[in-house]
Structures are given as C-alpha cells and as structure tokens.
Design a protein around this ligand. Structure first.
Ligand SMILES: [Zn+2]
Length: 470
C-alpha cells in the first residue's frame, strides 16, 4: 500500500442527441460530407443571432435530475474566449457564472458518493482534420450541443474512476440524452490527478485532456500517479506543475501540452446575445416525472427478482440490453433469459459497441417464450442452447427449429431408471463423491444425459442421483 493517496476529478463532455444543433436549425448528426451541415449562425458569423434550443435545456435538466443535482431557477450563457482555428468566432458560448445544474452526486456500488460540482451546457467546437501536409476544418461538428459534467475530486482509485464513467454512461443512455460513444467522441473526459500524503493538503494537479477510452483513462491515471510519486520521492516536487497533458497510448505515457490556463485567461463575460433564462420549478417537476427508471433502480429490482449482483450489473450496463431483458421477461422466466443473454447472446458479440447496440435478430417475445419452454421442462437447456446460435444467425422464431422429438421431454420414470443404472455402473465416481470430490457427481449425471441424448433435465437428474446414493 502506497503512502500517497490518489485524488482524481473528472470533467466529462457529453454530446446531447437532440435533433438540431444548440443555436440553429442545422441537423445534429455525426459525420457527413465536411462543411455541408452548417450555417451562418453555427459558424458564428457577425450579425447573426443564436437562439438557444429548448430541447438542449430539457436534456441537460434531465441529466442533472438523474445525477441528483439542484436546478437553479435562473441560468445564463457566457463567452469563453480563446483563439484557435476550430472556433471561427474566437469564443465558445458556454456557461460560467450560472450553470444549469448544481451540486449533485453519483453513487458507486460501495455506497460512496462522487459529488458533482455542476453541469453546464455549451457548444462544441469544429473538428480539425489532419493529413500529412495540411490541417482542414470541418464545421459540421461546430455548435453541436454538449453538457460538461464536473465532479469534485472524490475519486481515489483507478477502479473508482472506471466505475464512475461506466455508471455515468449507463445513466445518460437510460434517460436517452446521449449515446455516450467514447470511440466516436460523443463522450470525452478530462481527468485531473494529484497525489498527497494522508493528512496533508492536496498536491498540485495535472490535467489529462480528451480521453476517449476507459482503458486509456485507467492507464493514464496509473502513469500519472507514478510520475507524481517519483518526482516527490526524488525531491523534485516543484516539477509537478499545473499543466495540461496528453496521454499517448503508443508509449503508455503522458506528455506536457501546455501550462494550464486559469479562468482569467479566458476572459469570461455574459454573452449579450442571450437573456438570463428563468426556469420554472413546474417545468423541472414535469421533466422529473417523465424520467424513466435509472439503472440503479432497475438493478435493485433485478436482484429482488433473484438475479445475482454481477449479472444484474451486466444487464443494466447497456440500455438496449436492459430494455430487451425487461421486455422478454414478460413472456418467460427471468433467470433463464438472463443466462441466454449473458451467455450465448453476449458470446456472439465481440465489442463493447456491439453490446451497446444490441442489434439482434431474435425478438424479446420469442426469447421469452423459449425460456418458458425450458422452465416448464418441455425442452431441456441443452436443446435451448443448441438452437439459440441458429436463431441469432438466421432470425427465425424458436418454433422453426424445434422438432417434435425435441419437444417431447423424457418421462421422469425413465430418468429415474437410468439414474439407478448410472449409479450401479459408476461405483468409483460415487465413491469419489462421497469422499468429498463434489465434481464426481457430474460424471454420473453425464451418464444419464448421454443415455437420453441430452433430453433429461440435468438438475432433476442430479437431485435424483443424490437421493439414490445417500
Ligand atoms: Zn447551423
């Protein structure tokens, strides 16, 4: 255990999936032919008047409510000045003095609360595209709506950092304000890191910008922690300066980009294009009523339903998976459905993105009905698992794959007889089991499964064999 505590805070930019951009009627879409989806307003040309998209306000409030924030009755827009080619007007329209949400928190599984300082809304900058010779500007992304979620420095391990981001993604996907695809840049994190000894004040923090993968975030935090500790231990504490750094995944290290700007460098001031916006409490309450169940609430219900915690976590991690599971449950057995999803179906998906999209050819109703057949012992688990891959591949309903033979479950008196036969035929396995080798019983069950071509119910069979050898 190191004598230095790690202190981490997050500033997370999340692209909102409203239909139009934040101040104009251009479509809010990812990609497209460069510079085809922009207008004088989102280019910030002089003489244009931006108008704040009401949907952006709604989405930001929904995010705030689901993160336990207070919604003040007034908010305003500010200008943040900087000169960079991705922002033609040389200022970003954002919120500084009166952000839309204040003082929330996100609860980790341990019960620890990661406090949210505030959430503000702002426009995204345009995108710079580099090739070997030139830098191009694509304005399609300019003025797409963002929220920035700023935590207090409450995170104290790499594991907590991962959990915070995964939970944040799950929440924002469930309330349908963003798809939070880090690989496409619709969720990007700036991570603040410092170290200090227990009981001493916080150390100087460095910031790693624009992280777009959870595993890079973990590696960057570990690297930066070691770097700070080494400098302190070597008497070079003054070399830890407040600066912005970049993580390089090829070398798995961070390098300095620039000294960190202070707020005063940006010359924030109220944007005269916008009035102070009053937010009626009734408007907020209506949005609160419309919020769907959050992942933590669904997870608690799943556990109540007899799903174990780890499975419940995975089923609620992705909104599409959780929606599918809840729908399938209406038609069948929840535990069996969970094993189908987390087993065969997840095995058919290689990437996180595929799980997020959960674009499968089976309907929730059909999967539910299949689980019911298994639950009622009309087919065995073995049969269900042998047809699932075909259903996933070809998309026909389960009934298309079940033969008459599959559906006839083996008569239990037949199974009882075979159990007796198995016990007599395998005295060594029985002896091993009685001597404490619990796995030996599987061999005896296997005898019956082979004799019935997999159609006996394995748990019934095991129970029967145990009765016989008591
Ligand atoms: Zn526009």
């Amino acid at each position: 255990m190191s004598k230095y505590n790690l202190v981490v805070g997050f500033e997370t930019h999340v692209e909102l999936k409203t239909k139009t951009k934040i101040f104009c009627s251009c479509a809010n879409e990812f990609g497209g032919e460069p510079n085809t989806n922009c207008c004088p307003i989102c280019l910030g040309e002089p003489g244009t008047l931006p108008q704040l998209n009401k949907e952006v306000v709604k989405y930001a409030i929904k995010a705030g409510l689901s993160l336990n924030c207070k919604i003040p009755q007034e908010m305003s827009m500010d200008r943040k000045h900087y000169f960079y080619p991705d922002l033609g007007k040389s200022y970003q329209t954002t919120q500084s003095s009166r952000p839309i949400c204040l003082e929330g928190y996100l609860t980790l599984d341990s019960g620890k609360k990661i406090r949210i300082n505030h959430i503000h809304i702002e426009e995204d900058a345009s995108k710079l595209v580099h090739d070997s010779k030139n830098i191009y500007i694509d304005n399609n992304r300019g003025s797409t709506p963002l929220i920035e979620i700023v935590t207090e420095p409450d995170i104290s391990s790499v594991e907590e950092a991962r959990e915070y981001i995964e939970k944040l993604q799950a929440i924002l996907r469930h309330i349908d304000v963003s798809d939070c695809k880090m690989q496409e840049g619709s969720m990007r994190c700036d991570v603040n890191i410092s170290v200090h000894k227990e009981g001493e004040p916080l150390g100087t923090r460095t910031e790693i910008k624009n992280m777009n993968s959870i595993s890079f975030i973990e590696k960057a935090i570990s690297y930066e922690y070691d770097r700070h500790v080494d400098l302190i231990e070597n008497g070079q504490k003054d070399q830890i300066i407040q600066e912005t750094r970049r993580y390089d995944e090829k070398t798995d290290s961070t390098e300095s980009m620039r000294e960190k700007e202070d707020a005063q460098d940006y010359r924030y001031f109220p944007d005269p294009n916008f009035f102070v916006l009053k937010i009626e409490p009734s408007f907020v309450e209506n949005l609160r009523k419309m919020l769907p169940k959050l992942p933590s609430e669904i997870k608690a219900e799943l556990i109540e339903d007899g799903i174990d915690e780890k499975a419940a976590d995975l089923l609620t991690k992705y909104k599409n998976v959780s929606d599918f599971y809840l729908e399938a449950k209406k038609y069948g057995d929840n535990k069996i459905i969970a094993t189908y999803i987390l087993g065969e179906i997840f095995r058919s998906m290689e990437t996180e993105e595929e799980k997020e999209n959960f674009d499968i050819k089976i309907t929730a109703e059909d999967l539910g009905k299949l689980s019911l057949l298994q639950k009622e012992n009309k087919i065995t688990a073995h049969i269900a698992y042998s047809i699932l891959p075909k259903m996933l591949k070809e998309g026909r309903p389960h009934t298309a794959y079940l033969t008459k033979e599959d559906l006839v479950s083996v008569d239990n008196t037949e199974v009882d007889k075979l159990c007796k036969e198995a016990v007599d035929a395998m005295p060594q396995a029985v002896k091993d089991y009685k001597a404490g080798k619990e796995k030996a019983i599987k061999a005896v069950v296997g005898y019956v499964m082979r004799a019935t071509k997999g159609k006996a119910n394995p748990s019934y069979t095991e129970q029967k064999i145990l009765e016989l050898i008591q």
